[in-house]
Design a protein around this ligand. Sequence first.
Ligand SMILES: [Ca+2]
Ligand SMILES: [Ca+2]
Ligand SMILES: [Ca+2]
Length: 397
Amino acid sequence: MAIPALVTLMALAIPTLVPSRASSQLILMGALLLGSCGRRGDPAYPGNTSPPPGLSVTTLAGDFDTIWDLAWAPDNSIWVTERGGRISRVDPASGAVTRMGNVAVTESGEGGLMGLAFHPDFASGEPWVYVAQTYSASSGVRNRVARMRVTGASLGTPEVLLDNLPGSSIHNGSRLAIGPDRLLYVTMGDAANTGLPQDRNALGGKVLRLTLTGATAPGNPFGNAVFSYGHRNPQGLVFLPGGALYATEHGPGDNDEVNRLEVGRNYGWPDVRGACDGDAGPNEVAFCQANNVVPPLATWTPTIAPAGMDYYGATLIAPWTGSLLFTTLKGSALYRLVLSADGRSITARETLFEGTYGRLRDVLVGPDGSVYLGTSNRDGRGSPRSGDDRVLRIRPG
Ligand SMILES: [Ca+2]
Ligand SMILES: [Ca+2]
Ligand SMILES: [Ca+2]
């Protein structure tokens, strides 16, 4: 990062330091210091260390190929999807891995087997697991959402809930989350077609909302599966305990985003990049005003490639309580965001483990407050080491 950009970031982060010339010099000195010792932590919050003190990270299980989703199952195991189609169960106590089965996918570029979620009544008569996946149709690479009935350690035949979703070698989304409203939310990328996100009749570049049996959710604003629109490639999705919904989104060469999602709202892509500040061209601000675009809570330039996200509601790692956590691929770090009381802005952010484990695709908070990371070093863009890809566990100690 260039020093002027770094100074700007620091000044934004610490506005009380901006007016004083002496303080500006301090900021510049800090920037130079950071630059001299390499990029450690988030430059907006100097002083972070990697790894942070008081935490230990261990490998729970390894030898996966491109982990995409980690999900805590109702049977208190961790389910893992790999992009090539395999689904496994990891025992969090022993690390033992049970292969559950394979979903027939087309692993094409960024596509393959992606998000996974459990039916809220999984343990009481509805043992369904939901997946998002890429497949090959006569029209080319497409995406779909399916569910499978789980019997013991085996998966039933996929029941397709919604198919023929736009697909491509890039920008396929697709993370799943089931809300407290018992509806299924699906992030869909623009499938490398910038004509889709602003077309409310197209399902690319959207967050979709379905019932648990795959119908258009009641209350959807446009009479189809669309919940929100104007997205580029959202890969992280999480509900907070109060029901607010947050997503990470890959920007183009700039402006990765974290957004708070609301029904029927426009998130701007491709006319808006990040904030409504004019950096996407002379029409950006006017487009925002004309379309009531929702700006992101935070942006990252240079980009970090944000992926899976979870909420830390536990107390085991006390400084993280109440934080949003998300992983990054290119940034190879775990990011922690502190939300304002109303959840509509970020009051602090921290970069953790940067460069330590390579590309990170997902983060999962276990019920005891342990945090799990899934690496993505075998996705074609990483530098895999022996034992990759891994499920890592973070705990105090
Ligand atoms: Ca997950
Ligand atoms: Ca946006
Ligand atoms: Ca902008």
